[in-house]
Design a protein. Structure first.
Length: 260
C-alpha cells in the first residue's frame, strides 16, 4: 500500500512554528486500526485523513492515541493540502465530520475555518483540577469536550507547570487555560495528556470555546488571539451567527509516501 502524506505547519507563516499536522488524502477509507497506526507513527498532535464525498470531503482526525471529534489545525492543514497540492479549484471546501459540516475558505489573510461555537457551563471550584494544573483559576467552565480555566493575566498562563499524570485523570478531551493578553485580546494554552498530547502548540478547536467567552467578556468581535506554547501561534477569531470563524495561515513542511 502506498499513501500520500503531507506535513503542514498550521497557524504559521513560516516552517518550524505553529502546529504541525500530518495530512493523508485517500481515495477510500483505510481500516481504522491502520489510520491509528499511521497517526502513532507520525507522533504529531493530529493526523487528518479525508476522502471525497461528492463535491465535498469526509474528514477524520487521529492523535497518536485516539480518534477525536474535532480538530482545527489539522482541518486547516487538510484544506491547505487540497488548495496547494491536490488541485482543488474552488474557494471554499466543505468537510463532513463527527462534529457536523465544517467549512474552510480562502481569504485575503490565509484560510478561515467555519466551526460550530461551543456551549459553556460554569462549574464550581475543583481542588483536584487546581492541584493538577498547579494554580487556582478565577473561573472554571466546561464545554462539550474540554474544560476551560480562566486566569487573571498572561504571565500566570505562561508560567503554568501542570502535573500531566494528574491532569490525565480530569476527564474530557483536554484543558484550556486562558487569560487576557498583553499584545492581543486573549492568550491560551491547551493540555490533553488523556489524548496522548501533553501540550498542543496551537489548538484551533479550543477557540470554539474561547471565542464565545471572550467576545462576551470583552464585548468585542473580532478578537486577536495567541496560543503561548513554545512554538506559539496567532489566530484571528470572530463570532458569526452561532459559528466561530478562525483565520490563520499554513505552510508545507514535507510531502512523501507511506509504504506499508
Amino acid at each position: 500500500m502506498k499513501t500520500k502524506i503531507y506535513q503542514v505547519d498550521a497557524f504559521a507563516e513560516q516552517v518550524f512554528s505553529g502546529n504541525p499536522a500530518a495530512v493523508c488524502p485517500l481515495g477510500s477509507w483505510l481500516p481504522d486500526e491502520m489510520m491509528q497506526h499511521i497517526a502513532a507513527e507520525n507522533n504529531l498532535a493530529e493526523t487528518a485523513f479525508f476522502v471525497p464525498l461528492g463535491d465535498d470531503f469526509h474528514i477524520r482526525w487521529f492523535t497518536p492515541a485516539v480518534e477525536v471529534d474535532l480538530c482545527g489545525h489539522a482541518t486547516l492543514a487538510a484544506a491547505h493540502v487540497l488548495f496547494e497540492h491536490e488541485q482543488y479549484a474552488r474557494k471554499q471546501i466543505r468537510f463532513q465530520s463527527r462534529s457536523g459540516w465544517l467549512e474552510v475558505s480562502k481569504t485575503a489573510g490565509g484560510l478561515t475555518l467555519d466551526f460550530p461555537a461551543d456551549e459553556l457551563q460554569q462549574l464550581t471550584p475543583d481542588p483536584a483540577m487546581n492541584k493538577a494544573i498547579g494554580a487556582v483559576p478565577l473561573e472554571i467552565w466546561k464545554g462539550k469536550t474540554d474544560y476551560m480555566l480562566v486566569f487573571e493575566n498572561q504571565e500566570q498562563v505562561e508560567k503554568l507547570l501542570p502535573d500531566f499524570r494528574l491532569l490525565a485523570k480530569s476527564g474530557g478531551r483536554g484543558i484550556i487555560v486562558t487569560a487576557p493578553g498583553r499584545d492581543c485580546d486573549f492568550v491560551s494554552r491547551f493540555f490533553a495528556p488523556q489524548a496522548g498530547i501533553d501540550e498542543d502548540p496551537v489548538t484551533g478547536s479550543a477557540h470554539t470555546s474561547l471565542t464565545p467567552y471572550w467576545a462576551v467578556r470583552l464585548k468585542k468581535n473580532p478578537l486577536r488571539a495567541m496560543q503561548v506554547s513554545r512554538r506559539g501561534g496567532k489566530l484571528l477569531c470572530s463570532m458569526n451567527a452561532g459559528r466561530v470563524l478562525i483565520e490563520g495561515k499554513a505552510i508545507t513542511y514535507l510531502k512523501g509516501t507511506i509504504t506499508t
